[in-house]
Design a protein. Structure first.
Length: 87
């Protein structure tokens, strides 16, 4: 799931703890700026099964580190990636 409006003081352990009642968290990725490495205020959380994902969506608007977080189903990556087009 996509999680947004995150505090700049948040860490992976806090995210895992927040979502632990939903089910098994398998991966947490916090977005960072490619050049500076600064946290961008959003990330993605992956769960072991879809039921856990559905439970996580119900937590939209809950407060974590003093901020009401946004939670939504993550859009799939569109294979773009800037590959060269051969002829």
């Amino acid at each position: 799931v996509f999680v947004g409006n995150l505090s700049f003081q948040i860490d992976e352990d806090t995210i895992r703890d927040f979502f632990k009642e939903c089910g098994e968290v398998t991966n947490v990725r916090l977005a960072t700026d490619r050049e500076t490495g600064d946290f961008k205020g959003f990330g993605h959380v992956e769960f072991a099964d879809s039921a856990a994902t559905d439970e996580a969506i119900k937590l939209v608007g809950e407060f974590v580190c003093g901020r009401a977080i946004r939670i939504d189903y993550a859009a799939g990556r569109s294979g773009g990636g800037g590959g060269g087009g051969g002829s």
